[in-house]
Design a protein around this ligand. Structure first.
Ligand SMILES: Nc1ncnc2c1ncn2[C@@H]1O[C@H](COP(=O)(O)OP(=O)(O)OP(=O)(O)O)[C@@H](O)[C@H]1O
Ligand SMILES: [Mg+2]
Length: 344
């Protein structure tokens, strides 16, 4: 979550005031996505950022919410989510006891208990026109999310019978929802319901482009852009090989850059500590059964070769940089054998 996002209390419920974070990088591609998202939101639709892990979906959702300028509430989907977690539930009782001694010789005692209803985040957002950020909504089971169909289409939130005071509420005209999901997670996700997908505008978010990845990695780690560009080049080329179980993401580039900054390492094949953290972080994207097995050794060889190529002992020369198109590096030596992608 954005470090500059403020948490406030609104009628007893914590709300967020999302603000653009320090170090938020706004390249042309980010501006284009947020501009499109805002135009859908302003037209009255809800939006959905969908893409692989670590591509910046949650950051974009918070950023877009900050541009809407309304208080926001945030929920993260999970398998245990049930409708009452979204809407609200009975929460204890209001107990009332009246002792009437109007006539001193007679005592009248009256006790009543009324179920007490507590709004949860969706209800608070619908009532007050807040922005709902529903992160990873496809991790929740579709039946938990069904309540959103009426909210998005009929602008009505139907409350369960437990709420004896109200059976539904009219959704505030400023209410908007911003969803995120990752369709590639192997476990624990549900297909996004067609009915729900039909009511929201989905924007596909792919891995960051070269410019964004270098700028984010430099901004989030504090290392200079040239060093960040070498590390990002390495991560991006490894991503292209598809020799892993889980794609190395923008987050992977940030992680390596942060450790380099913290340990004051040199991104160079000559720096053993740097090579080791690259092998650890990039190597962890595959799960091998034996650490000394041939596939594991082949992957270490592939990674070492990529490190050598992108982070040579001597700094990358300007002419080598110039001869490569943006985001690409000159063709590297062919590796005789690369590990096969492990099927899981
Ligand atoms: N435009 C940006 N400016 C600065 N940092 C960014 C930007 N986009 C993404 N990041 C950073 O990249 C990392 C990954 O972003 P984020 O957590 O939003 O990705 P995600 O797609 O939601 O990942 P996941 O699928 O794992 O939830 C975070 O550390 C985030 O701060
Ligand atoms: Mg996320």
């Amino acid at each position: 979550m954005s470090e500059s996002t403020e948490v406030n209390q609104y009628n007893g419920m914590a709300t967020l005031t999302p603000k653009p974070r320090d170090g938020f990088v706004e390249t042309e591609s980010v501006k284009s996505v947020t501009k499109r998202a805002l135009s859908y939101l302003k037209a009255g639709y809800s939006v959905h950022f969908r893409g692989p892990a670590g591509t910046g979906k949650t950051t974009l959702a918070l950023h877009t919410a900050s541009l809407l300028g309304r208080p926001a509430v945030m929920i993260t989907g999970d398998e245990e989510m049930i409708t009452s977690n979204l809407v609200g539930s009975q929460h204890g009782y209001n107990y009332r006891k009246v002792v009437d001694r109007y006539i001193h010789s007679v005592t009248r005692l009256e006790e009543t208990t009324d179920p007490r209803w507590a709004d949860h985040r969706l209800t608070t957002a619908c009532r007050n026109g807040h922005t709902l950020i529903y992160d990873e909504f496809t991790r929740s089971r579709p039946e938990a999310n069904n309540v959103l169909l009426g909210v998005l289409e009929e602008k009505l939130l139907v409350l369960p019978a437990q709420n004896q005071q109200e059976s539904y509420i009219k959704v505030h005209p400023d209410f908007r929802a911003i969803f995120t999901s990752n369709p590639q997670e192997y476990a624990g996700i549900h297909d996004s319901q067609d009915a729900l997908g039909d009511r929201i505008v989905t924007i596909d978010i792919d891995h960051a482009d070269h410019d964004l990845e270098v700028n984010v990695a430099a901004a989030r780690s504090g290392i200079d852009k040239d060093k960040a560009a070498q590390i990002v080049g390495l991560v991006r080329e490894f991503r292209e090989t598809e020799e892993y179980d889980q794609a190395p993401s923008l987050r992977t580039s940030i992680t390596i850059c942060k450790v380099v900054a913290q340990e004051m390492l040199n991104p160079s094949i000559g720096d053993d500590a740097f090579v080791q953290i690259c092998l650890d972080i990039l190597g962890s994207k595959s799960a091998f059964t034996g650490r000394m097995g041939s596939k594991y050794l082949q992957q270490q060889k592939l990674l070492t070769s990529l490190i050598e190529h992108h982070c040579p002992s001597s700094p990358v020369t300007t002419s080598a940089k110039r001869s490569a198109p943006e985001g690409k590096v000159p063709e590297m030596k062919k590796i005789e054998s690369v590990p096969q992608r492990r099927q899981i």
